[in-house]
Every structure is written in structure tokens, then in C-alpha cells.
Ligand binder design. Structure first.
Ligand code: SAH
Length: 437
């Protein structure tokens, strides 16, 4: 959650309207007659004159959907090529697993929707996203990637904030309270968490505001106020106060239940996550033994793999996520998994120093990838197999270089499309130890 710092100042209402609601769909462009229909369409899409079937008027402004206007099969092909370019030298790349099985649609897949709050000159409360790499908020009324229900809830938060006279925080002056709204929805369970990020826990008419929000959306199961006084780019502060419900949601994945706290990491595309985890676990070929889930978050990968292992050890830096992981083991009746708070590299170093062995290491680091220390300690621990799940093939390529130089061979690489309409791709790489001891 380290989006670049933005200004929550919205532009004039006229501008925001054109950014929100008025698409480019009905504008005409002149296209030379001699172009083929396909070239014509490509030119129109490129010029922003038409949308693809599911087009978005904000595509150019927000910068999130870089694959907007591109046919989904072509998107998958582009991701295969990208993965091939960055990782092809390590081994064979399987075709990308897309969101195109029967009944699947590669839209509205985000189960976590975060909007920054702003306001216009008339005092209307607007919500939107950070324009990539800038300090600007792009007001968003509708997004093709975000869960629809969550978007509805955010629109209600904006309306109620105005009705209740709750001031929106202004980064420039430091006045106001509400900064962001975050909605997380368990796609399997339907549970919904609304997180209101505020400079202070003292929000005037908070109880009535929450009541009105629940009245408008009875499906909300918990509301949390997160207090963030920080002036850096972090969206969530450290303190959470539960205003309604249990303060977390539970979702289901791979047949297990997972409790998710406001700031715990949870994959944002649940349909694809199941495919990703199943592939990672298939690659791991676990036959008992000790399995490490490094960068484990709320324990999703390790717990999903636990029935095949003798022992699962998860390591995670975020204290709330580790607590969730421990509880997740318990609520699923899993007794062979333990979770530790700390740096995954340091933990493995200690294991190696104590002469312990691990059969499989799952590693799923953040976008920045792993670090040298992690890789060195993993090489010391020398597991038989490493399953490297990555959301950034560039840092994965850098790390694979070190791991292969340390005696491992890349056996397979499987890209999974977790983020349709964006240029991002997730990959799972299986590595085996060439010098098993
Ligand atoms: N495997 C999980 C989480 C992946 S996200 C899932 O699929 O849901 C990466 C996680 O790594 C985050 O939860 C982050 O808090 C954690 N993390 C980051 N640096 C770490 C480190 N040095 N050691 C352990 N965990 C770390």
C-alpha cells in the first residue's frame, strides 16, 4: 500500500464530470477511408474515440487499465510475450491461465476497492483514485475492474459524508477528517468490510453515519475506522477502531475459510487466486515433510497446502496478518501449521544454522521481490523445491538469476492473469535443487 502521495483536491465540477460520466463513446473521429475495419477500430481505440465493448471513459486519465480497448485473448497473448521476454531464458513458459473459463468475465474482479476522498467547490464529496505517479485524484464513479457493490457503497459514503457535514481531509491545509474509504468483499461469503480512514477517531455523528450507511447497504458486515494522521503516502494508519461488527471479514478460498483484517494482504482477484494457488501447490509436489510459506500473509498458501505436508511454517512481517494466519489455522481445524511474525530470510537463516531441513519453500514476495539476504538464507536451507509466486516478472527475473546461480534449476513457469485489463501479470516458477543433499 505505498501508492505515491497524492493531493485529494478534486478539480472543478465540470472537469470531474467530464472525467466521470461523459465517455468518449459518441464522439466521432475522422479515419482515412482506406483503412481495414480492424485497423480503423484500432486507430479509434488508440485515439480514445471509441471504447471497447466494456470501455471506460477514464482509461487514459487514471492509467490503471493500460490494456483497455484490447481484446481479452490478445491481452493474454501480450502477457505471454512479456513473460517470455523477461523469463524465457530460464525455461519453458506455459500459456497464461486467463479469466476465460465458462461463466467467467474478466471485469469487476477486484474484491478490494480503495478510493481517496476529495471535494469540489460546491462541497460535493467525490471519490477516486490516484493518477499513476502523480499527486492528483481522478474522480471515479464507475470502474470496470472494481467490485460493483463496493463501488456503490463508496458512492453512498460520499453522499452521506456531505449529508452529515463530515469534512473531507485537505492535504494542503490539514483541515478535515475523512481521507480514504476502503471496501473489501468476500466474494464467496458475501461479507463486506468498510474501512473509513480518518485523521481522528472523533468523527462527528459517527454512529448515525454508520447506521445510515448500514441502512443503505444492509449487506455490510463490519465497519472499521482507521486512524491515519501520517503525512506520507501510506493509506492506512496503525490504529483500527471497530465501529460495527467484528472488525474483519471471512472469505473462502480453496475450500478453506480465511479471516481478513483491514490491513492484511489478501489477493484481489479470488477467481484467479484459486487457480494460482492450485498451480503453486501442484508444482510443489508435496509428499509430507516440512513446507515453508515465506511472505505468508494470512496463511492462504501454506494452509491450502497443509493437508499434503507434515508441517507448515509461515513467516510474515505484518503482525495483524500473522494473527489472522494463526486464527485461520484454528478455524479450519488445521493443527500442523504454525505462523511466525518476522523477516522470512532471517527465519530461514536460523533454521539452516540449527541444521533443520525444509522440503519445499513457497515464496510470494511483494512487487519489489526478495532480497539478497532472503535468497542466501534459502540457499543455505537448501529445500528440494522452491515455488516462487511473483506479481512482478522483472524482480522475479533478478531473483531467479541468484537462485539458479546458487544451484537450482527452473523447471516450469506458469503465468496467471490476476489483473485483466492491466499490464500486470502473476507468475509461478518451480525450481528444483540440482544438488539435493
Ligand atoms: N502469500 C500471501 C501474501 C503475499 S503478499 C498471499 O498470497 O495472500 C506479500 C506479503 O509479504 C505481505 O503480507 C507482506 O506483509 C509480507 N512481507 C514483506 N516483506 C516480508 C519479509 N521480509 N518477511 C516476511 N514477510 C514479508
Amino acid at each position: 500500500m505505498s501508492d505515491s502521495r497524492v493531493r485529494n483536491k478534486s478539480r472543478s465540477s465540470a472537469e470531474s464530470r467530464s472525467g466521470n460520466a461523459v465517455g468518449n463513446a459518441d464522439r466521432k473521429t475522422s479515419v482515412p477511408k482506406e483503412k481495414t475495419p480492424a485497423a480503423k477500430r484500432a486507430a479509434e481505440v488508440k485515439s480514445g474515440a471509441i471504447k471497447n465493448a466494456e470501455g471506460c471513459p477514464l482509461a487514459k486519465k487514471c492509467g490503471g487499465c493500460t490494456f483497455q480497448g484490447i481484446d481479452y485473448r490478445q491481452q493474454l497473448e501480450k502477457k505471454r510475450m512479456l513473460t517470455g521476454r523477461l523469463l524465457g531464458s530460464f525455461g519453458h513458459i506455459e500459456p497464461v491461465i486467463g479469466m476465460n473459463d465458462a461463466g467467467e468475465k474478466p471485469e469487476y474482479y477486484r474484491n478490494k476497492v480503495h478510493h481517496v476522498l476529495g471535494f469540489d467547490r460546491r462541497g460535493n464529496v467525490l471519490s477516486g483514485i490516484y493518477k499513476e505517479g502523480t499527486h492528483e485524484m481522478v474522480p471515479v464513479k464507475e470502474c470496470l475492474l472494481e467490485d460493483k457493490k463496493s463501488q456503490e457503497i463508496i458512492r453512498t459514503v460520499c453522499k452521506l459524508a456531505k449529508d452529515f457535514g463530515i469534512r473531507i481531509y485537505d492535504e494542503d491545509t490539514g483541515y478535515g477528517l475523512l481521507r480514504h474509504v476502503l471496501v473489501r468483499r468476500g466474494f464467496h461469503t458475501g461479507e463486506i468490510m468498510v474501512v473509513l480512514v480518518s485523521v481522528s477517531h472523533q468523527i462527528p455523528s459517527k454512529n448515525n453515519f454508520v447506521k445510515a450507511l448500514r441502512h443503505a447497504h444492509p449487506e455490510i458486515t463490519t465497519v472499521v475506522v482507521n486512524i491515519n494522521k501520517r503525512t506520507d503516502s501510506m493509506i492506512l494508519g496503525e490504529r483500527n477502531e471497530t465501529a460495527y461488527g467484528p472488525g474483519f471479514i471471512t472469505d473462502e478460498l480453496c475450500g478453506l475459510k480465511f479471516r481478513i483484517s483491514p490491513d492484511s494482504f489478501y489477493q484481489i482477484n479470488p477467481v484467479q487466486t484459486e487457480k494460482l494457488y492450485r498451480k503453486a501447490i501442484e508444482f510443489a509436489d508435496i509428499q509430507g515433510g516440512t513446507v515453508i510459506d515465506a511472505y505468508c500473509g494470512i496463511g492462504t498458501i501454506g494452509l491450502s497446502a497443509s493437508s499434503q505436508a507434515d508441517r507448515v511454517i509461515g513467516i510474515e512481517l505484518n503482525g495483524n496478518a500473522v494473527r489472522d494466519a494463526g486464527i485461520n489455522a484454528r478455524i479450519n481445524g488445521i493443527t500442523n501449521a504454525e505462523f511466525h511474525k518476522g523477516d522470512a530470510g532471517m527465519y530461514m537463516e536460523k533454521m539452516a544454522a540449527a541444521g533443520q531441513h525444509a522440503d519445499v519453500v513457497f515464496m510470494d514476495p511483494p512487487r519489489a521481490g526478495s532480497d539478497r539476504r532472503f535468497i542466501e538464507s534459502m540457499l543455505k536451507l537448501a529445500p528440494d523445491r522452491i515455488v516462487y509466486v511473483s506479481c512482478n516478472p522483472e524482480t522475479q527475473a533478478r531473483d531467479l538469476k541468484l537462485i539458479t546461480a546458487g544451484g537450482y534449476r527452473v523447471e516450469k513457469i506458469q503465468p496467471v492473469d490476476m489483473f485483466p485489463y492491466t499490464g500486470h501479470v502473476e507468475t509461478v516458477a518451480l525450481l528444483s535443487n540440482r544438488r539435493p543433499g
